[in-house]
Design a protein around this ligand. Structure first.
Ligand code: HEM
Length: 247
């Protein structure tokens, strides 16, 4: 079945528009808004919920990203060549994907709840933030929905709309500048909606607080806590020799 002209626009042209906006927008933001290149942290207003919600969200998302890299970039023939059967691959991918997806969704739900219910945090939330949260949540919810749906069709024996034969083939074809529109137009509607929301998030990325992902230093995960001390304790503390690190 040949793809319609709308599908050509969506899967043949749109990805390149998004890549141009993503790269151009990031360069523009870096050059003209370096002081605004931040998470705009609200930790000083509220830290109890943030301490739980932020790591659950970020570690969940890290696993989701690794899952996307494997699922979209590694061809089915490669995993089969290692002796891993299609069924075993899907059991592994689905179980890990569902756990990571649920953690990411739980994390973002808590972060949004905190943002809405903590007065100063809500006051510091802009229309830009709200738009970003909406698209991010939609990407996570739709991703989880297609995953659960594909787990269900897997159980019921329907493999004809396997994303590794449609979405992944299209995704890889973008990077060799030969977009395989037919492959993506053969994918299920759920996958198409999820991919479009994903593209929308990438287009918003440079203009939102998500840019902080580019400056997340790896050592940040293992660094000691920043210690805040009240003023009256400073003179006594100041007499101690300064030591770096955990001490
Ligand atoms: C064009 C970009 C994207 C494509 C082509 C894509 C493709 C896919 C596919 C094929 C699945 C199903 C995996 C399965 O059935 O096992 C999936 C799941 C999922 N996607 Fe995406 N995705 C994209 C962007 C995003 C973005 C930006 C997010 C959110 C930040 C996201 C979040 C999720 C989540 C939470 C799942 C559930 C499974 C998991 O935890 O990995 N996706 N995606």
């Amino acid at each position: 079945m040949s793809a319609s002209s709308v599908e050509y626009l969506l899967w043949g042209a749109l990805p390149y528009v998004v890549i141009a906006v993503f790269v151009g927008g990031t360069i523009w933001r870096y050059r003209y808004d370096r002081f605004g290149w931040t998470t705009r942290s609200s930790q000083l207003y509220e830290s109890r919920l943030l301490r739980v919600a932020s790591p659950v969200f970020h570690f969940g998302l890290l696993v989701v990203i690794v899952g996307h890299v494997i699922g979209l970039l590694i061809p089915e023939s490669w995993t089969s060549a290692t002796g891993l059967s299609e069924a075993a691959y899907h059991v592994m991918a689905l179980s890990l994907g569902i756990i990571a997806g649920v953690a990411t969704l739980g994390g973002i739900a808590l972060l949004i709840y905190r943002r809405r219910t903590t007065g100063p945090v809500f006051s510091a939330t802009t229309v830009n933030d709200k738009t970003m949260y909406l698209v991010l949540t939609a990407a996570i919810v739709s991703g989880l929905a297609v995953t659960l749906l594909s787990a269900y069709t897997g159980i019921t024996g329907g493999h004809e709309r396997d994303y590794r034969e449609t979405v992944s083939v299209w995704f890889r074809s973008i990077w060799i500048l030969q977009p395989d529109v037919d492959a993506m137009s053969a994918a299920g509607l759920g996958f198409k909606i999820h991919a479009l929301i994903g593209l929308a998030l990438f287009a918003l990325f440079p203009f939102s607080r998500l840019v902080h992902a580019f400056s997340a230093p790896v050592w940040y995960l293992f660094r000691p806590y920043v210690v805040y001390r009240s003023r009256d304790r400073v003179p006594a503390e100041a007499t101690r020799p300064i030591r770096r690190g955990w001490g």
